[in-house]
Write a protein that binds this ligand. Structure first.
Ligand code: NAP
Length: 297
């Protein structure tokens, strides 16, 4: 019986190659795309987007978000609970002035998916806050522990049925929960699983990322900067200096070099948004990816 996962095998092989050659192949084939498809659709979004959690100064955040859209970081992440709805209102104010291909993800808390009526009224309230008729993508923010996943997914599909969103997905679902969610869909594909993923926290690489690559589900990597901690990382800084890039840009580039992964860092400072953009348009070489894979915690 086959008991070793392909990913585990790759690790063993890599360890061997590393012993012999002093450098291994990246654990995943390097994805060179700066615009990546949403799930299995033919629609592409920027591989780096912008998050809206934990905003301290809404005026600064609005400027930063406008700047993001103007330089082509057109993937925006928000949620009902961010700033108790204020983040969605901010997104709405900003996107109404942009006709370009902005792609908005919002998330509703899991209790909203107990039944269809609750899900519909929560989605409508969210759309009202954003001044939109439809969202691009609505996610279950995290799996409800006592409502069956099949029921949550059924309520989620109603939102797509009613045209309240164009795509549906989940967030914080582990591999088992994601498989259950996939098996629960009847009409629509789940296009995204939004999960924590950074150079310091790569637990998704074990099961979840291989599963998402296989199933054509995009991972939206949240907290990709570990709240800003990666900015001071010496290894990342040293690697970045060879490319004329910062540690933050290296950390983001590492993530988007993985197939099916986009990253959604947050900043309310325009200059940092510009820094995020600098993670696009190039790729770390195999040797540097290998260094990060070996030294990251
Ligand atoms: N689905 C979920 O459950 C979930 C959970 C958490 C987050 N998210 C989403 O993912 C987004 C990003 O995650 P996150 O906000 O947790 O963490 P993050 O993007 O890793 O870090 C954001 C923090 O890093 C700071 N920062 C940004 N650039 C920096 C730089 N160059 N140097 C130093 N500090 C820097 C930001 O401060 P400034 O704003 O002052 O620049 C902010 O405090 C969120 O905004 C949210 O949209 C989703």
């Amino acid at each position: 019986m086959e008991t070793t996962s392909p990913n585990l095998k790759a690790r063993y092989i890599n360890r061997f190659i590393h012993k012999v050659y002093g450098c291994s192949m990246p654990l995943f084939p390097v994805d060179l795309m700066d615009r990546k498809p949403i799930g299995k659709s033919n629609e592409f979004v920027s591989a780096i987007g912008v998050g809206t959690w934990g905003i301290r100064n809404y005026l600064d955040a609005e400027k930063a978000l406008r700047h993001a859209l103007s330089i082509g970081l057109t993937l925006i992440d928000t949620a009902e609970i961010y700033g108790s709805g204020r983040a969605e209102e901010l997104v709405g104010r900003v996107v109404k002035d942009f006709s370009r291909d902005v792609f908005i993800t919002t998330k509703l808390p899991p209790e909203r998916f107990r039944d269809r009526d609750e899900a519909v009224s929560a989605a409508r309230a969210s759309l009202r806050r954003m001044g939109l008729r439809t969202a691009d993508l609505i996610l279950i923010h995290w799996p409800h522990k006592s409502v069956p996943i099949s029921r949550q997914v059924k309520s989620l599909e109603v939102l797509a049925d009613l045209g309240l969103c164009r795509y549906i997905g989940v967030s914080n679902f582990n591999a088992d929960e994601l498989v259950e969610a996939l098996e629960s869909t009847s009409k629509y594909e789940l296009v995204v699983n939004q999960v924590k993923y950074s150079v310091y926290d790569r637990h998704v690489e074990r099961d979840l990322l291989p599963l998402c690559i296989r199933e054509g589900i995009t991972i939206q990597a949240y907290t990709p900067l570990e709240g800003g901690a990666v900015a001071a990382d010496k290894t990342l800084t040293d690697i970045g200096s060879k490319y004329g890039k910062t540690a933050v840009q290296v950390a983001l580039n590492f993530l988007i070099s993985r197939p099916s992964v986009v990253a959604i860092p947050k900043s309310e400072r325009s200059e940092r948004i510009g820094e995020f953009k600098g993670a696009l348009g190039w790729r770390l070489n195999d040797r540097d990816i290998d260094v990060i894979e070996r030294v990251s915690r």
